[in-house]
Design a protein. Sequence first.
Lengths: 329, 292
Amino acid sequence: MDHWQDKTAKYGIIATFAFAGALPFLTESMFILNLLVLMLIFIIFASAWNLLAYSGQGSLGHAAFFGIGAYASTIIAAKSGMSPFITIFLGAAFAALIGILIGLTCVRLKEWFLAMVTFGFAIIVQTLTVSVLTPVTGGWDGIASSRLLSPSIPGYQLIEYYAVLIITIASIAAIWYIMKSRIGLAFLAIRENELEARAAGIDPVRYRLLAFALSAYIAGVAGALQIHHIGYLTPELYGVDNSFWPITYVILGGLGTLAGPIVGTIVLTIIWEGLKATGLTFGRYVIVGVILILAIIFLPRGLVSLPDKVHEWLKRRRRKEPLQKPADD
Amino acid sequence: MDNLGVFLQIIFWGLYAGCIYILLATGLNLIFGVMKIVNFAHGEFLMIGAYITATIFFLTGINPYLIILLSMLALIGIGALVERICFRPILGTGKLNEIFLSIGLIYIFQNGAALIWTDNWQSVKSPYDGITLPIGSLNVPLDYILIMVFTAAIICGLYLFLKKTRTGMQMRATSQNRKGAMLVGIDVERIDVISFGLGCALAAAAGTLWIVSGQIFNPYMGSIPAVKAFAIIILGGLGSIPGAIIGGLLMGLAENGAAFLLGGIWKDAISFVILIIVLVVRPTGLFGEKGE
């Protein structure tokens, strides 16, 4: 990624969040506000998945961390009486702990095996939740989760929106910082060539585990936020849907970029809600599937690479240059 | 029932479930062997195969065991299309891309099927429903025996195809060395299409046999068996068909044993527990090569 692109992405993200901050002044609709809260939460979740993918590990079971964060935060809040705003981060820490555990089994595995293990891990966690852990988790029926803010507070929805927005911005800033730091460089090095990374003195196992812990932590924050926003949680949280959505968002937006998950989540949410308005049910998923496959084949670096592609294409047209092979890696 | 009876019952259930896994895992291995890709949406082909059989059965009332051939033929076509349209453009662009593409396929097939056939649970009644054969102290439904016979016949047929026919030999050559196969004039892209189609046909056979035994089904039926089939080929060795057969049988037995000992809820999770334990000990799978 060159300097020019980097800057565009940065200012684009800042502009997006500034716009998100101004949105409540533009709309009165509580429905839209609620939608935006859920969208922000999924931006956090997709970014968490993306961070793990940044280190070359594609997880198919991120719903596990999303769900563990949600359950842990809910149970801690219920047992201790602490505010959800504190327990969110404690629940996420628990998710990170489990993330390290599952990371330990995954660090030596390659793509397919890792995908399988993470997928299976989500199923195992769900099974545990509805069997052995039923006394705490409520089994298939689920349990009530304390709300972020009591509905008796006037304008609580607005306050909640801004609280979630601030946590989203903080998460994205943290991920940006990680990606730019030596840690992020180490992730990249491992992803591109593990042998050379090792030769440069990077311990792949340690950094892989770190990626798992960080990603699980942020995913746990997202899960806990969502559940405290809705006020109820069930084991459906561990479902395949919740594992696949962040992947879809990130792939469409642009894998391994900071802006990718944000762009992908926003664009797909708009498409998704637009299709909902036309009354499609299963058809929506079919369309999302088609969009995903088209993006993988024709736009492998996601929507964030679209301006570049258009730019390139215009330049070629102007100069009437022969078709060049795109400089994809 | 005495202990021995229960034990035999579990073994029989395991063998029956194992047949479905063998067909799925063998198909996956066939595709992996030739194209070196892993299709996580393989279970969706099982589901489509099951629905095609069910639809023909509901329309005509022919013995569902005979429809299996039609269903397999249809899936060869669908599989070939999917290979040509989706997988060929991304061959060689990275393993993660194949996984992501499979997710798109899962979305399309599951919900496309729900659009056509609704997402209600359905079932097909086998013509041999209620007929049992006494084996030892056990009364085994005739359907289970037929399923085992069909599985064995299909696997033998595949074996003969791979060993004796020209296309089969070309497939084996391509899976051993793709570049070498190209050098001696084999059209590897044609082989890709054929392998993918055959793999899907095996999944259709699995789907058909699954539903004729009286199991209820809906558009989401395929995902979990397919992921288990993956666990099996990881355990049995990527690309190894004997490994898939032995792994499939063992998985069916382990699963039903665990369901009996720990409760039915563990049936799905246990295969992954086994998988994780094996991969912790041997990151390349039980019989995997060191290279990959």
